[in-house]
Design a protein around this ligand. Structure first.
Ligand code: PAF
Length: 282
């Protein structure tokens, strides 16, 4: 596996592969690779001839008070993991190589950014859309794989690709969980032992809410209140950022549950802001 540091080198390599008729796959990550990322790489590997894994903690998707400086890193570990999961290239640029002086062009998708994480992290999706577009221009992938834990991110990228006619197939990969149900995340590393013990209740609350909906509950506010009460009881130190029910494709809030719905939550537990969601077919 080759480690590539500059955008120019990555683009030249991928364009050469494309000229040879190779099918290129891309897995964009911010590193500190765990089993969730491994599932993304394995899926992408099965869909392409040449696999690029990017490891880049993208500064533009972090707000001023967020964890950019503390975000966990493990370059050697990531190199070994990417190689073991079939990457041909690990792209690991410096921030200055991705954002030159005077960078002034952004990709935004305001409607899908309005709710959930977009509401509490105002610059986040502008940074995600911009860096993912840049990675698409550099790697020229035929297929790119993203995790469903960041469901809103996946929905926005699908829409961005459709609206801008970007010729890449976007594949969503189901959430990978710990044995106790906690969604795998690089940010789980921030949890203390006591916080870690309560974190699986995030998933348990969602499963109970899904059970209520499947049993006939149609009132959105009643479901949201139920989940909030569950979290107040089972994760007392948790600070709820949001508990919402949205249309899985448009991320618009739903008034009543009368079709497929996504129940999505973000809860701050200590230093970690944890996300989880559940897709409920009605
Ligand atoms: O999901 C992530 O890790 C990031 O948002 C992404 C897609 C790699 C863009 O920086």
């Amino acid at each position: 596996m080759q480690v590539v540091k500059t955008p120019e080198e990555l683009q030249a390599l991928c364009l050469a592969w494309k000229r040879e008729g190779r099918r290129v796959g891309l897995v964009p990550t911010m590193g500190y690779l765990h089993e969730g990322h491994m599932a993304l790489m394995d899926r992408a590997r099965s869909l392409c001839d040449k696999l690029v894994v990017s490891v880049f903690v993208n500064p533009t998707q972090f707000g001023p008070d967020e964890d950019l400086d503390k975000y966990p890193h493990d370059f050697e570990g990531d190199r070994a993991t990417a190689e073991a999961h079939g990457a041909d290239v690990m792209f690991a640029p410096e921030p200055g190589a991705m954002y030159g002086p005077g960078h002034a062009t952004w990709v935004v998708s305001p409607e899908l950014e309005r709710n959930l994480c977009g509401a509490s992290r105002p610059v986040h999706f502008r940074g995600v859309c911009t860096v993912v577009t840049k990675l698409f221009m550099l790697a020229q992938p035929d297929v790119a794989v993203f995790g469903e834990k960041d469901w809103q991110q996946l929905a926005i990228i699908r829409r961005m690709v459709r609206d801008l006619n970007i010729p890449v197939e976007i594949v969503g990969q189901p959430i990978v969980r710990e044995a106790d149900g906690l969604a795998k995340s690089s940010r789980n590393a921030y949890l203390t032992a006591d916080e870690r013990a309560l974190a699986p209740n995030l998933r348990k609350g969602l499963l109970k809410a899904a059970g209520r909906i499947e049993a006939g509950e149609r009132d959105v506010e009643a479901v949201k209140a139920f989940v909030r009460e569950e979290y107040a009881r089972t994760i007392p130190m948790g600070e709820i950022d949001y508990v919402d029910l949205v249309d899985p494709e448009t991320i618009a809030f739903v008034d009543r549950i009368d079709g497929p719905v996504l129940a999505a939550v973000a809860v701050r537990i200590g230093k970690a802001r944890l996300l989880d969601n559940i897709f409920i077919k009605v």
